[in-house]
Design a protein around this ligand. Structure first.
Ligand SMILES: Nc1ncnc2c1ncn2[C@@H]1O[C@H](COP(=O)(O)OP(=O)(O)OP(=O)(O)O)[C@@H](O)[C@H]1O
Length: 307
């Protein structure tokens, strides 16, 4: 079985012009991608992380056939994104930020029917699918309101609904929860989990590392167009040797005392602390284990690279 997404040594350079005076401009070359590789399996949510300008959106655009790489290749379900762009477009759904392309006077529902027709669905199938998706993303009460009246959160949900209109097995979500309130963002995360359960592959970008940790099975951190580290959030923390903090509160002469230990192996450390405490005949009132966050891993990786 093919992997859902394969990116192999992708390179992309942009030529841009910088103003150096009132009229004069200087040509600059931006190395957006300098050889990015990764794979996403079916039923997996993969988080692509990196600081501003790292190359995340450029990668997503190449995978979604919107940009052609200068070098390297990418495959979606075994189809080359350049040579078989037409096939690839049929099997992917894309949410890009900021979202474009909706018709402001049409209702959310009418917009979805329109896009369904563009994907070749018959009128009745497109209408049924639009209704189903409006329900799925929680817009059933705003079906017939014009898009221009939609709030940011409603627009973000409609963008996800549009990406799902042809039921694609592969989804690219570029910052799908940006600007959403916590409840809407949680609904989007739940939707992503549901899609994973259906066996779809989801490539997810977000600057909210807590959210990435919640929803992604594996993450890749890119910086200056290069993949720096890849793995499950747990693996990445282990690779970087980030420490867990164990705090055990004990009762000592009517007072509360906290024993604190930093460790890369919380299970062993906790067992040792509990054995010590029990050997001293003390009573434990509370145990707390603080896991290092993906944010700490990110700062460590990017700080080391850029600092
Ligand atoms: N059309 C373009 N012309 C010139 N430079 C570009 C173009 N598109 C992207 N770049 C540059 O390529 C680099 C990578 O940009 P990209 O949008 O992929 O970053 P990103 O990781 O998605 O950043 P962000 O988190 O800010 O969205 C940046 O230096 C950006 O300025």
């Amino acid at each position: 079985m093919n992997d859902a997404i394969v990116a192999s040594n992708l390179r992309k350079r942009f030529i841009s012009y910088e103003r150096i005076g009132f009229i004069r401009r200087r040509k600059i070359v931006v190395e957006a991608l300098r050889g990015v590789s990764f794979r996403v399996r079916w039923g997996e949510v993969y988080g692509l992380l990196g600081p501003n300008g790292a190359g995340k959106t450029t990668t997503v655009k190449i995978l979604a056939t919107l940009l052609i790489p200068d070098d390297g290749y990418a495959m979606i379900d075994g189809h080359d994104v350049v040579k078989e762009a037409g096939i690839v477009r049929g099997i992917i759904g894309l949410v890009l930020y900021p979202d474009k392309g909706f018709y402001s006077r049409l209702s959310g529902y009418e917009n979805l029917v329109y896009f369904g027709r563009l994907y070749g669905l018959s009128k009745s199938v497109a209408e049924a699918r639009a209704r189903e998706l409006m329900n799925l993303v929680g817009l059933e009460n705003a079906m017939n309101r014009p898009y221009e009246e939609y709030s940011l959160g409603m627009r973000a949900r409609l963008a996800i609904a549009r990406a799902l209109i042809h039921d694609p097995p592969v989804l690219f979500l570029d910052e799908p929860t940006i600007g959403l309130d916590p409840i809407s963002a949680r609904e989007v995360r739940e939707l992503v989990r549901r899609l994973r359960k259906e066996g779809k592959a989801v490539l997810f970008t977000s600057h909210n590392l807590w959210e990435v940790e919640e929803v992604c099975d594996r993450v890749g951190i890119i910086n200056n167009g290069r993949m720096i580290i890849e793995g499950s959030p747990r693996d990445i923390k282990d690779m970087l040797g980030l420490k867990y903090v164990i705090e055990v509160e004990v009762q000592l002469n009517g007072r509360v005392e906290t024993i604190r230990e930093e460790t890369t192996n919380p299970a062993d450390a906790l067992r040792r602390v509990i054995n010590d405490v029990e050997a001293r005949g003390l009573r434990i009132s509370r145990i707390r284990i603080n896991e290092p966050s993906l944010e700490e891993a990110f700062i460590r990786v990017i700080g080391d690279e850029n600092g």
